[in-house]
Write a protein that binds this ligand. Structure first.
Ligand code: PMP
Length: 369
């Protein structure tokens, strides 16, 4: 046994409000087909791998020095990408970057949430939002979606006026359900929310809808749009999340970010990866087409499928979702039980992976799981 193994969690003077909580835990299993964490199934192309390697080589000679604390070159590149993707002219002062958008969200809650403050999210949604709220001692107030997982904008706006939260989280497209919100709907909710509003756009590249970034010109005093390179950009292992907002929001986050939080290796690798954005993002079109095929196939098999604007699909209904999840796993396909009754979530993979998944899905229906 490990040194100290006799010490249990209960023996530690852990914060009372963290006692009994569970960590985030998508299973990381060594399975042939992994369709459980919404990654891009296509590995980076060889030119990108070469570029990242060369960039790391150059940076390695300077590793005795701290990285650029402000990650200015990377933020400039990210701003250029967002400008070309959304048509909204952004500069480095509009962009902030961190180790995954989870760290972005954590910094936002540290700066705008915290003890005595509240945050609202419309559930089911991304499970890390309440976990980061707990870690920063921001009181989490869940608000409901409709039974079909869409947001009832009138009811949501009323809830925001009633709760008057310091922070509101809108996830578009929403994980794990897949639906997205129109800019006009987002604007209505931002207008109703008295505090800061975070639109979590981790899956924006897969969506047909315009980005909330188009609202920054009118709603910059309270809007933060969070993005990530983990999904469309096929850079989940690189850990790079970012946001677009008014420069003052970026200034606010400087008060809570750890100095040198983004390593020189991360900054260089992310910049190299961005230089190949055209190649990487070309996979998005393939994945969107595959998503539509998977949705149609699942529906034809008799599943109830939630319409998706992302690179994953929530489907059901299973008599016993955990058992059905097991049945997929036993046959070599790892999907996700997101804790929604009767439903499971599958990430869109390569055509071969999707075929394997769909084959099992048809068998699972026959077994009436
Ligand atoms: N937001 C949403 C909605 C997500 O689904 C995820 C990843 N599952 C994230 C943020 C965080 O991703 P990352 O930290 O890799 O950027």
């Amino acid at each position: 046994p490990a040194v100290g193994a006799e010490v249990s969690l209960d023996d530690l003077p852990l914060r009372e409000d963290l006692r009994g909580r569970s960590p985030y835990g998508a299973p990381q299993l060594d399975v042939a087909v992994r369709l459980n964490t919404n990654e891009n199934p296509y590995p980076p192309p060889p030119e990108l791998v070469t570029d990242v390697t060369e960039a790391a080589h150059i940076v390695a000679a300077e590793l005795h020095r701290y990285p650029d604390r402000d990650a200015l070159a990377l933020r400039t590149d990210l701003a250029a990408y967002l400008t070309s993707a959304t048509g909204v002219t952004l500069g480095a002062t509009n962009v902030w970057a961190a180790n995954g958008s989870n760290e972005i969200l954590q910094q936002i809650m540290q700066a705008f949430g915290g003890p005595g403050r509240t945050a609202v999210g419309f559930e089911p949604s991304y499970s890390m939002h309440p976990i980061i709220a707990a870690g920063t001692r921001t009181e989490w107030l869940p608000a409901p979606r409709r039974d079909d997982f869409s947001v009832d904008i009138r009811a949501a706006a009323a809830a925001l006026r009633e709760y008057a939260p310091d922070l509101t989280f809108l996830t578009s497209p929403n994980n794990p359900t897949g639906q997205s919100l129109e800019p006009a709907e987002l604007a209505a909710l931002i207008d109703a929310a008295p505090g800061m509003v975070v639109v979590d756009e981790a899956y924006a590249e897969f969506s047909d809808r315009p980005s909330a970034i188009t609202l920054l010109a009118t709603h910059g005093h309270k809007l933060i749009v969070s993005r990530t390179m983990s999904k469309a950009f096929a850079f989940a292992g690189g850990r790079l999340g970012y946001l677009a907002a008014a420069p003052a929001v970026v200034d606010a986050l400087q008060l809570v970010r750890l100095p040198y939080h983004l390593s020189s290796l991360t900054q260089a690798a992310a910049r190299a990866s961005l230089r190949h954005a055209d190649a990487t993002l070309a996979t998005v079109a393939l994945l969107r087409a595959e998503r539509d095929r998977v949705v149609a196939d699942l529906a034809a098999t008799g599943f109830d499928v939630v319409p998706s604007d992302a690179n994953f699909v929530l489907f059901g209904r299973f008599a016993d979702a955990p058992r059905a999840w097991r049945a997929f796993l036993d046959r070599g396909v790892l999907i996700r039980d997101v804790g929604i009754r009767e439903r499971l979530r599958v990430t869109i993979g390569t055509p071969e992976e999707n075929d394997a998944f769909l084959q099992i899905a048809a068998d699972v229906v026959e077994q009436e799981l």
